[in-house]
Design a protein around this ligand. Sequence first.
Ligand code: ANZ
Ligand code: ZN
Length: 878
Amino acid sequence: MANAQDQEAGSRPSERYNPRESEPFWQNVWSERESFVSHNDDPREPYYVLEMFPYPSGRIHMGHVRNYTMGDVVARFQRAKGKNVLHPMGWDAFGMPAENAAMANKVHPREWTYANIAAMRTQLQSMGFSLDWSREFATCDEDYYHRQQMLFLDFLEAGLVTRKTSKVNWDPVDRTVLANEQVIDGRGWRSGAPVEQRELTQWFFKISDFAEDLLAGLDTLEDWPEKVRLMQRNWIGRSEGLRILFEVTSGGAIEVFTTRPDTLFGASFIALSPDHPLATGLAATDPALAGFIAECHRMGTALETIETAEKKGYRTPLEVAHPMIEGRTLPVYVANFVLMEYGTGAIFGCPAHDQRDLDFANAYGLPVIPVVLPEGEDPKNFSVSTEAYTGPGTAFNSDFLDGLDIEAAKEKIAATLETREVGNRKQATRQINYRLRDWGISRQRYWGCPIPVIHCEVCGTVPVPKKDLPVRLPEDVEFDTPGNPLDRHETFKHVPCPKCGAPARRETDTMDTFVDSSWYFARFTAPRADEPTIPAMADKWLPVDQYIGGIEHAILHLLYSRFFSRAMQKTGHMQATEPFKGLFTQGMVTHETYKDAQGQWVPPAEVVIESADGNRIAKHADTGAPLSIGSVEKMSKSKKNVVDPDDMIATYGADTARWFVLSDSPPERDVQWTEAGIEGAWRFVQRIYKLVNDANLKLAATPSGSEGNGTASTGMLKAAHRATAQVGEDIAALRFNRAVAHIYELANAISRFVSEIGDSPAATELDALRQASERLVQLIAPMMPHLAESCWQALGHETLVADTPWPDVNPAYLVDDTVVLAVQVNGKRRGEIEIAKDASQDTIETKALSLEAVARILEGKAPRKVIVVPNRIVNVVV
Ligand code: ANZ
Ligand code: ZN
């Protein structure tokens, strides 16, 4: 492979490493040998490592480089450790951007998407990732969404899917449903039109049926970051509370849900959701209330909007009796901060101990009665004005609850109310509530997986028979008018009912793209199967041993995937309940920002940095105009502080980029991309190459007949074995930056050894040098695989380092508290001993004298003298 090396005039071929030739060369070799194709029937222990698959936006960014490099290190390492590694790649390819591109550039979403995939595949391949490309798929492949439709039908049959009305954000100009993230200050993100609330009948996956199980499962996920488990726990939001009936004075009752029944004596109002049946009932004869409800609907469904919006209410003519206080009545409001979807859609407000209730009470002049006394406060003076007290304390102003702590008070009031009745019902019922809502999957868009059902006036909703799948996306669609093109596609929409044959209407909604990414990890285990999975194969590989991706997916994607595993288990597609055994969330790649005098962002590629008087000064590379250096931010298009992986690969090669993203910070933290950092990585690549070649020159020499420096050789071997152990442990624990540090140490040790052993090294020295150099190459291989192959070849191997097992560690070399002492007899080296650092003079003497070579000379006589030079030499004088 000499032709793959730099043959620059004037430099010896072995001196400089040229990634531009070497990297494509090795990528070809791996691909031709199918080095990274995993076989389902391979008998070795399976290991599945997966990085969150990318959206095909068109180009990979540094975040991808970092994410996939980490996964690749794990994959290559586990492969070297003898595992049958599955490391696949695919594309999360449905979604809005393709439709936006279609609207903006008149290009079909399919064309746009597949062109992007092709470009990004080439980019990923140029990074040298050890991916099994034979399993590649895109979620927009007919083959994939066909199986997703099968899963949908299975879920439907198993009762895991339901259809119900729900409120959506409706953009009246774009005539489309908007996700909460697409509503900005109450307006559509594209049209800028005020968003309306609409009731739509939609498809839902019944994820809330699994709330308890999803919560319990979190306890088993020991290899997940605690912070992600906590985020999931909060999202599921289990709370233990009480439903309480309040009698309406004019007849009937209102049921509220509370988690703080201990504050009942502090209640000063009741609030109903604008969608509560009682509220809509009253609105029928009260136009002002109807107007108020309509105003609430304009606010948007996003939880954040509701939580931050000004608390507003409408006072109804109704009043309820306080359940515990004789003669006290409470007014009933309709309020904008009460959600119909949670609890019972009605609350009692206790302003002293809930901030929303307090804001509301202060706005409407309602009483604020504190009933929880913080420790150390005087009950006569304690009051609440603008900040609710939500901390611990004891009940007061609360009759028979007085003096109890919150938990005891909750229990006592619950027990009391449970024994009473209101209209033949218990006045209070204990209830566990979850914040987790069912997952609405209907999207009124073209570029997604069609929902395989048909609506018939006679038969209702009829599943498309499996034999008629896939429901294909039609090709001939127009994007020049807003709205869902499927909805106006005559032959797609109008079809006969599969049951009765009458004219019927095909569902034109497509699935949320989160559905696509909720089971792709299972599909990789049998990517071409006719069924969604081959259960035995799914069970062989799943759960994924190590999943790596961004923290931005800590909630939805991971929760949906956990739901899917359970649903697929229930429908017989696989057994694993939890899809991802180990989870790692990596930090972001950041970069300095630059602005010109006009305040425009300037990309790093156009900036030169100079230093003057110890300060860094930025200038425009072309014009020389001074630029200001701003803060370090996540690389983003908006601030233009991006570095293009392609440019880096072209300039430095993939290995340098890989080494840099691994080396600079702990993988869970952000890494700052700097020119100096990447230069440093580049120099290290060159240094390793030179070092291995220098070592190689020595290794080619005939060993001198001398004994050599045994101490140094042993030291070299120790350093090599120690590095092997440490790098292995660090990679297994995903501490890549520490592995890097240990590799630097080993490289330094080898450099020293190479110069120590001089021009005519002894056989033992050459042996140590060979071992150490080979280990160095093997240790860098997961991180800088191309460089490693070139070095491996330089060391005379005809095999690939990618096929070479991880080197064993000799535990004797790891013992740290020993030293190796050379043993001389009358100044001539006869051997060496390894001994505890703190060994006594006697012990050292005994051990030195018992060396065979020494004993032979002594012939049973005692030596005249034994001189010990600490940590170095034992000289026996005879
Ligand atoms: C009285 C009370 C007094 C409350 C107090 C809190 C503090 P979590 O813990 O998240 O489950 N709530 C109940 N249903 C609601 C709805 N549909 N929309 C808005 N708020 C609702 O929250 C439960 C608490 O949130 C309940 O306890 C209720 O207010 C409110 F000092 O009841 B609480
Ligand atoms: Zn029918």
